[in-house]
Design a protein around this ligand. Structure first.
Ligand code: NAD
Length: 497
């Protein structure tokens, strides 16, 4: 059985692992590999290698750093299908979806290629006599990224292109459920000529995470994952003196007003609800149907839900693949059972789905609930599966109250033909990312990505300008080149003159 290992000091780590975890092919249910789980020795080696590399990497010119990013971008373009297939094989999302994830990650690499421009500081001439001031932003050192299973390429690429471009060295701790994509990206970095140790992969579980969160040489931590772990990472990293941004879970609502384009709204609900089997932090899990549109909207969504083609992730005919593990599938089924028991109306029931020839796979058909109440567990909790809940309300105000009362605030969408209402919505809604007639409003790489409330712990969003800010610290230099004739001690408080 193949063991997927770490990438330390620019090469694969070949010492035998003391602990491993199974890696599955979710389409067949078979164990296809084992992933090494880092212990103290590997954590120390990874951080030490990254620390050594930082001393040189921070001195590399901006032009050379940008060139390394351009070369990585070209490698990514060349190998994108290999990367997408590696993701599909371990995650279970269909290959076209995995290609989309690679493309969105690549956009962050392209953003980071502009680092010479992004790191320009400010300059004020003659703030006082013969005195000038300029500001610079400098890298932090070794920074760590701890990432979730659902985007094994894109989420690390939200972080490392910007971190590395800013002059840091980066230790990536991917999810142990789909660890191969990170190693492929490490190989691409090596091919791009990145010096050894600037990009490191540390495979592992809680032990690796805790090792990074408490390691004195790790200066900053970016985390993306579920809310309870995000809170833990935020608190632990901060208690250990590190800069930290921790993005958590979501319960994204899509509000459909009576004047909305019904067909477009139904398409959007099904695409955003069941794409990647609902295992997206920006998936729509709640449709809020306002007023008279409810019946027709539920019918239109139900018809589309019934025709979603579920199948193996690497089969081009599949629109939706399996869930990531059997444990996760059983958890999702538990929620659907609870929804029925709590009195919601299960309009489309995907629980019995079987995929011929793939009976051992972790498949679960798309489910649509109508008449869901906010007190039900299917409404309250992040299910992270192909389960779409429709909540019916009478007015716009009731819909926005639901959003305000929800503890999560990642993405939110409004479907309407009324520009005035849309404008009011985007102004008053409590969420980090807002879509108007767009169900998954993922910001472009040159904006920053992140939620509010329980969907983000920390002050900065990822990538874009906030990413550059997160991975650098500011320094302000005040300099005077005085006329020798005016020299002499002056014990007064420095003021401008
Ligand atoms: P997860 O929280 O279980 O794991 C995320 C990372 O934390 C993994 O690397 C994992 O190894 C590590 N980890 C798990 N348990 C840990 C523990 N007890 N202590 C320390 N580290 C631990 O999340 P997941 O299941 O891999 O991913 C799905 C979750 O991620 C969903 O909640 C989803 O909404 C969220 N997510 C959020 C965003 C966002 O932008 N806000 C993006 C993608 C995913």
């Amino acid at each position: 059985m193949r063991t997927i290992s770490h990438w330390i000091d620019g090469k694969g780590w070949d010492a035998p692992a003391e602990r491993t975890a199974d890696v599955f092919d979710p389409s067949s249910g078979a164990v296809v590999a084992r992933v090494a789980l880092a212990g103290l020795a590997e954590i120390d080696a990874a951080v030490a290698g990254a620390k050594r590399a930082f001393a040189e990497w921070r001195e590399v010119s901006l032009s050379r750093r940008a060139r390394a990013l351009f070369a990585f971008r070209e490698g990514l373009e060349r190998r994108k299908l290999d990367l997408a297939r590696a993701i599909s094989a371990e995650h279970g999302k269909v290959c076209s979806d995995a290609l989309g994830e690679v493309a969105r990650g690549q956009e962050v690499v392209e953003f980071a290629c502009g680092i010479p421009h992004l790191l320009k500081g400010g300059y004020s001439e003659s703030v006082s006599s013969e005195t000038d001031v300029h500001s610079i932003r400098q890298p932090l050192g070794v920074v760590a990224g701890i990432t979730p299973f659902n985007f094994p390429a894109m989420v690390p690429m939200w972080m490392f292109p910007v971190a590395i471009a800013c002059g840091n060295t980066f230790v990536c701790k991917p999810s142990e459920r789909d660890p191969s994509a990170s190693l492929l990206m490490a190989e691409l970095w090596a091919e791009a000529g990145l010096p050894d140790g600037v990009f490191t992969v540390l495979q592992g579980d809680k032990e690796a995470v805790d090792g990074l969160l408490t390691h004195p040489d790790v200066r900053a931590v970016s985390f993306v994952g579920s809310t309870p772990i995000a809170r833990y990472v935020y608190e632990t990293a901060a208690a250990n003196g590190k800069r930290v941004q921790a993005l958590g879970g979501a319960k994204n609502h899509m509000v459909v007003l009576p004047d909305a384009d019904l067909e477009a709204a139904a398409d959007a609900a099904v695409s955003a609800g069941f794409g990647s089997a609902g295992e997206r932090c920006m998936a729509i899990s709640v449709v809020v149907a306002v007023g008279r549109i409810g019946d027709e909207l539920v019918d239109a969504i139900a018809a589309r839900t019934r025709s979603v083609r579920v199948g193996p992730s690497l089969d081009d005919a599949s629109e939706m693949g399996p869930l990531v593990t059997a444990i996760h599938r059983d958890r999702v089924r538990g929620y659907v059972d609870a929804g029925v028991a709590e009195g919601a109306d299960l309009v489309v029931d995907g629980r019995g789905l079987q995929v011929a020839g793939h009976e051992g796979g972790f498949f679960f058909g798309p489910c649509l609930f109508d008449c869901v109440a906010p007190s039900m567990s299917i409404y309250r909790d992040e299910i992270f599966g192909p389960v779409l809940c429709v909540v019916r309300v009478e007015t716009y105000e009731e819909a926005t109250r639901l959003l305000s009362d929800n503890p999560y605030a990642n993405g939110v969408a409004l479907f309407t033909r009324d520009g005035g209402v849309a404008r009011r919505f985007e102004h008053e809604v409590d969420a980090g990312m807002v879509g108007i007639n767009v169900p998954i409003p993922v910001p472009m790489a040159y904006y920053s990505f992140g939620g509010w409330k329980q969907s983000l712990f920390g002050d900065t969003h990822v990538h874009g300008p906030e990413g550059v800010h997160f991975y650098t610290r500011g320094k302000v230099v005040t300099s005077r080149w005085a006329d020798p004739a005016r020299r002499g001690p002056d014990l007064g408080f420095p003021t401008t003159h």
